[in-house]
Write a protein of this length. Structure first.
Length: 302
């Protein structure tokens, strides 16, 4: 997204300049991802298949490889309505047709097996843990929870595939997103954990991350089923714990009297808050009072 002709021309020019300074005549590889999401697919065909740009031949030292999203029909659930005015809505991924010439070069790599995906989840969880010093309480906390983190994310991936009627609706990107939320949340409570070995923050951080990446994507029926699965695993109601987090956070906001603070608004505030705060810290002087309100409502962010 946002990477078009101008950017590609700039990349190719940078490559040309670098090659002109290379006395060893090394190969240079360029990888283009999701090329079939661009409506200007013919231009990418020239680049990949004809090995030229704007009609000008590209150096043989430059090798171009690309990936495209699969053309998989989206399974429509009973509660959904097909958008007839949008032809792309029938696909799992928003894609445009490949040129016939490009089809000759396509190689289907398939998808990860359930076992392979779980191995990736395990490795990615370990990477998050290893970002902390192994002498800290927070590292040891994650180590204690490591198996549960892996199992809960794996169960979430499996459930969404089944409930959302398509096995391709979730991927390792969702795992990465969930673990990034979890990592960021654990960073915020690092100081508190050092002084309080009984802090429940690890469990809270995991629930919030699972909620943001999986729970909120489901309809009412899906949420009930997901809650049943996660509650059995945790022996506590997942949705009640998440509702408590939403309630605590919503009480930190100053809501105008004419605005009804209903559940949908609370959820939206909750989701937007975490998406925004991960990109920008609460350091501006106008946010100090809000920061204190967060602490009063059991949210302490560094």
């Amino acid at each position: 997204a946002g990477f078009g002709r101008h950017e590609i021309r700039q990349v190719m020019e940078d490559c040309r300049v670098r090659l002109s300074k290379d006395k060893e005549k090394k190969e240079m590889w360029i990888f283009l991802d999701e090329v079939n999401t661009s409506p200007d697919i013919g231009w990418f065909k020239e680049l990949i298949c004809d090995h030229s740009l704007d009609g000008v031949k590209i150096s043989d030292q430059i090798k171009i490889i690309a990936a495209c999203n699969p053309y998989r029909p989206r399974k429509i659930q009973n509660s959904e309505v097909m958008n007839l005015s949008d032809p792309s809505s029938k696909w799992v991924y928003r894609v445009v047709p490949l040129c016939d010439t490009m089809k000759e070069y396509v190689w289907p790599f398939g998808q990860l097996s359930a076992l392979d995906e779980k191995q990736y989840i395990r490795a990615m969880t370990k990477q998050i843990k290893d970002k902390f010093d192994n002498n800290t309480v927070i590292y040891k906390k994650i180590q204690q929870w490591e198996l549960k983190i892996i199992e809960d994310i794996d169960a979430s991936q499996s459930f969404l595939r089944k409930h959302l009627a398509n096995e391709f609706i979730v991927s390792l990107r969702d795992v990465s997103r969930c673990l990034n939320f979890f990592y960021w949340l654990m960073q915020q409570y690092e100081t508190v954990l050092e002084n309080d070995n009984k802090s429940p923050w690890t469990g809270r951080a995991l629930n919030i991350a699972l909620g943001l990446c999986y729970y909120f994507r489901l309809d009412d029926n899906g949420r009930k089923m997901y809650n049943d699965i996660m509650s059995q695993r945790n022996k506590r109601s997942f949705s009640e714990l998440l509702d408590s987090e939403i309630k605590n956070l919503s009480e930190s906001f100053v809501i105008p009297p004419q605005v009804a603070l209903h559940n949908t608004l609370k959820e939206n505030l909750f989701i937007l808050f975490f998406c925004v705060i991960m990109l920008d810290t609460l350091s501006h002087r106008n946010t100090k009072q809000f920061h204190q309100k967060l602490k009063d409502n059991k949210f302490h962010f560094n």
